[in-house]
Design a protein around this ligand. Structure first.
Ligand code: AMP
Ligand code: TRP
Length: 335
C-alpha cells in the first residue's frame, strides 16, 4: 500500500503573494515534518495557458523554487521540480483527456474567470488545465493535496478522473486524493475589496502583499487597506457583512498561527488605528526573513538549478513506473 504522499504546486506567474503563502505554502512547510512523503512542483506548463513572457519563464520558475525554500521547504527531503522537466505529466494528461467530459470542464469556475466573456476564443490549454492538474497529482498517486480553497473544484475533478480510470480499466489503481484546505486563511481576500480574492493578476498592486515586498511597502499596504469606520467586534458573527474587517482578522490569525476568535479576544473593541499597526508588525516580522532568504537564494541561480535538476530526477523516477503501468493497463503496444 502506498504511504501517504503529498503533491502540490504553484504557477510561475508574477509574484507570489500572501494568499499563496497562507493558503498553501505555510501549510506545506508544516506538513513536510509530518507523516507524508512530499513533492512540490513548479507548474510551468500551467503557466503558459495564459499569455506569458518567454524570456522570463525560466527565471520565474527559479523564483518560485526559491520561495518554496525560503518559506522552509527542505529540498533534500521534498523534491522541488519544474513540471515540464517530467514529460510524463503531459503524456498522462492526454490519456486522462479521453476520460474527461467537456461539460465538466465548462463548469470550472477558474476557466470561466480566466476565459472571460469570449469563451470561444479561449485556448484548449486553458480549457484542459484541470486535466493536466489531475495528471500532476495522479502521476505520483498522491493521496493528499494541500491547496487554497479556490482549487477545491479542480480536486473534485481529479477524484472523478481517478474513479473513471479505476472503473474503466483497473479497480483501485489510482487513489481518491484528499484535498487539504487548512488553516484560518484558506481564501485570503484583496486588501482593496473584501469580496474578491487576493490574486496575482489583480491590476492594483495595493490589493495584495507580495512575498518580495519590503517592510515599508507592507506597512503602507496594510495602512491603506480598505476597512469600515467601526471598531473590531468581539465575535466572528459581529464581522458578518464586514468582509474587509474579517479578512484582516483572518490574515492576522493565520500569520500568528492562532484562531480568529483568539485575535478578537485580544483586539475586539479596538479601532483599526490600533489593529492595523499590530497586523503590519506581525506581517513584517513573518515575511521579512523569508524575503531576505529569497534574495540570497536568487543570487545563486546555479544552486537553484541544481536543486531543480535533482528534484526532477527524483520525480521522474517515481513517475515513470506509474506511467508504464497506465500504458500497459490501457492496452498499448509495448516493444
Ligand atoms: P496559483 O497562484 O494559482 O498558482 O496558486 C497557488 C496556490 O495558492 C494554490 O494552492 C491556491 O489555492 C493558493 N492561493 C492562491 N490565491 C489564494 C488566496 N487568495 N487565498 C488562499 N490561497 C490562495
Ligand atoms: N491549479 C493550481 C493553482 O492554480 C496549481 C496546480 C497545478 C496544482 N497542478 C497542481 C496544485 C497539482 C496542486 C496540485 O493554484
Amino acid at each position: 500500500m502506498t504511504a501517504k504522499r503529498i503533491l502540490s504546486g504553484m504557477q510561475p506567474t508574477n509574484q507570489l503573494h500572501l494568499g499563496n503563502y497562507l493558503g498553501a505554502l505555510k501549510n506545506w512547510v508544516a506538513l513536510q515534518d509530518q507523516d507524508y512523503e512530499c513533492l512540490f512542483c513548479v507548474v510551468d506548463l500551467h503557466a503558459i495557458t495564459m499569455p506569458y513572457d518567454r524570456d522570463k519563464l525560466a527565471q520565474a520558475t527559479r523564483e518560485i523554487a526559491a520561495a518554496y525554500i525560503a518559506a522552509g521547504i527542505d529540498p533534500a527531503k521534498c523534491p522541488i521540480f519544474p513540471q515540464s522537466a517530467v514529460p510524463a505529466h503531459s503524456e498522462l494528461m492526454w490519456l486522462f483527456a479521453t476520460m474527461t467530459q467537456m461539460g465538466k470542464l465548462e463548469r470550472m469556475t477558474q476557466f470561466k474567470d480566466k476565459a472571460g466573456k469570449n469563451k470561444e476564443r479561449a485556448g484548449l490549454g486553458l480549457f484542459s488545465y484541470p486535466v493536466l492538474m489531475a495528471a500532476d497529482i495522479l502521476l505520483y498517486k498522491a493521496t493528499h493535496v494541500p491547496v487554497g480553497e479556490d482549487q477545491k473544484q479542480h480536486l473534485e475533478l481529479t477524484r472523478e478522473i481517478a474513479a473513471t480510470f479505476n472503473a474503466r480499466y483497473q479497480a483501485g489503481f489510482f487513489p481518491q486524493t484528499e484535498p487539504m484546505i487548512l488553516g484560518e486563511a484558506t481564501r485570503v481576500m484583496s486588501l482593496r475589496d473584501g469580496t474578491s480574492k487576493m490574486s496575482k493578476s489583480a491590476e492594483s498592486d495595493m490589493s495584495r502583499i507580495n512575498l518580495t515586498d519590503d517592510a515599508d511597502t507592507i506597512v503602507r499596504k496594510i495602512r491603506k487597506a480598505k476597512t469600515d469606520p467601526a471598531p473590531l467586534g468581539e465575535t466572528i458573527e459581529s464581522l458578518q457583512g464586514r468582509p474587509e474587517a474579517l479578512n484582516l482578522v483572518t490574515i492576522y490569525a493565520a500569520l500568528a498561527g492562532v484562531s480568529r476568535a483568539e485575535v478578537l479576544a485580544q483586539f475586539g473593541g479596538q479601532p483599526f488605528s490600533v489593529f492595523k499597526p499590530a497586523l503590519a508588525d506581525l506581517a513584517v516580522e513573518t515575511l521579512s526573513p523569508m524575503t531576505g532568504r529569497m534574495t540570497d537564494l536568487l543570487s545563486d541561480p546555479a544552486e537553484i538549478d541544481r536543486i531543480l535538476a535533482s528534484g526532477a530526477d527524483k520525480a521522474r523516477a517515481l513517475a515513470e513506473p506509474v506511467l508504464r503501468d497506465v500504458r500497459e493497463i490501457m492496452g498499448f503496444w509495448r516493444g
